[in-house]
Design a protein around this ligand. Structure first.
Ligand SMILES: Nc1ncnc2c1ncn2[C@@H]1O[C@H](COP(=O)(O)OP(=O)(O)OP(=O)(O)O)[C@@H](O)[C@H]1O
Ligand SMILES: [Mg+2]
Length: 292
């Protein structure tokens, strides 16, 4: 049996949570796999995934971002790239991974589809397709990031469990806090995941940030016995919805961008990525010329 199918099978044949050590195959590879997730919709997952991929690529890491929102893909649109539903051809076996990939220097993006009838009608399991793509190509990358869709369905949970790290994106909104807890709970009880990273987006004061961090991390620890690593926060910015992507993904090195870079480098240092994080920021790679 293919090793990915074997890995997936292990969850459907037993209700017992599988120990993290059994899931980890990362030690066999240099690639670090991170899912950007959170349960609730509209909390900033795609924006954060894109910004992170961009920073990592500019810092010299070979980075692949996979859009896992199979039929409501937002990554290409946020970068101002055309939508072509090419991913359909991966499903039908007519195109290869390479043929569907958008490449800008160290930044590679695999977009998904937008309103594709083929995807809607496909009987294939999207999580299995993504995991097969990852296992075939992870040796080509330092980081693989998954931009997860909203929700806590089986496919999202499987993709989250497969990754080495999960970034739980949460906003101070009560429903976002509740949804992220539900996601963490399912990951813990069903997949034995006992460690996650927390990123608070759109907070408006330090007090609000601290409250979200404390509420979630204590509840997760007390009720699930799971650990929450605090990645940090991103303040709510006062720009129009139309202007947000341009602002958030811009090359400007304003305080906001510097804070995000700091948050990210804190993470790469902690997870001990395969390369040393450049201290002075080698931010002049091809990406800048090709996108924006
Ligand atoms: N820090 C922020 N400050 C202000 N607005 C923000 C911030 N982060 C995100 N937004 C707003 O939230 C919108 C939704 O962001 P995004 O598409 O990244 O969320 P998402 O979690 O990926 O959504 P979905 O669940 O639909 O995939 C952005 O287009 C932007 O308008
Ligand atoms: Mg999204």
């Amino acid at each position: 049996m293919h090793k990915t199918s074997e890995w997936l099978q292990s969850f459907s044949t037993s209700n017992n949570p599988i120990q993290r050590s059994e899931l980890r195959r990362a030690s066999d590879f240099a690639c670090t796999k991170v899912s950007i997730t959170g349960g609730k919709g509209g909390v900033g997952k795609t924006s954060i995934a894109l910004r992170t991929a961009k920073e990592l690529a500019l810092a010299g890491f070979r980075t692949l971002l996979i859009d896992c929102d199979s039929n409501l893909s937002n990554t290409a649109i946020k970068l101002g790239l055309p939508l072509d539903n090419k991913f359909e051809k991966i499903l039908s076996g007519e195109a290869s991974f390479q043929e569907c990939l958008i490449q800008r220097g160290n930044f590679h993006l695999l977009p998904a589809c937008n309103g594709s009838v083929e995807v809607f009608e496909s009987k294939l399991n999207f999580d299995e397709i993504i995991i097969d793509i990852i296992s075939s190509h992870e040796h080509e990358y330092d980081y693989i990031l998954l931009d997860c869709p909203a929700g806590a369905g089986r496919e999202v949970l499987t993709l989250n469990a497969y990754c080495d790290h999960r970034w739980i994106v949460v906003t101070p909104d009560k429903s976002s806090i509740t949804d992220s807890y539900s996601l963490v709970k399912l990951l813990s009880t069903r997949f034995g995941i006992k460690e996650n990273h927390l990123l608070v987006n759109m907070y408006q004061s330090e007090k609000q940030f601290q409250k979200v961090v404390l509420t979630l991390s204590e509840t997760i620890e007390n009720f699930l016995g799971a650990r929450t690593h605090i990645l940090g926060g991103i303040q709510k910015v006062d720009v129009s919805a139309e202007g947000f992507d341009t602002f958030f993904l811009s090359e400007n090195k304003n305080e906001f961008q510097r804070n995000f870079a700091k948050l990210l480098y804190g993470f790469t240092e902690k997870v001990g990525g395969p390369l040393n994080v450049p201290k002075n920021g080698i931010h002049q790679l091809a990406y800048e010329q090709d996108v924006h």
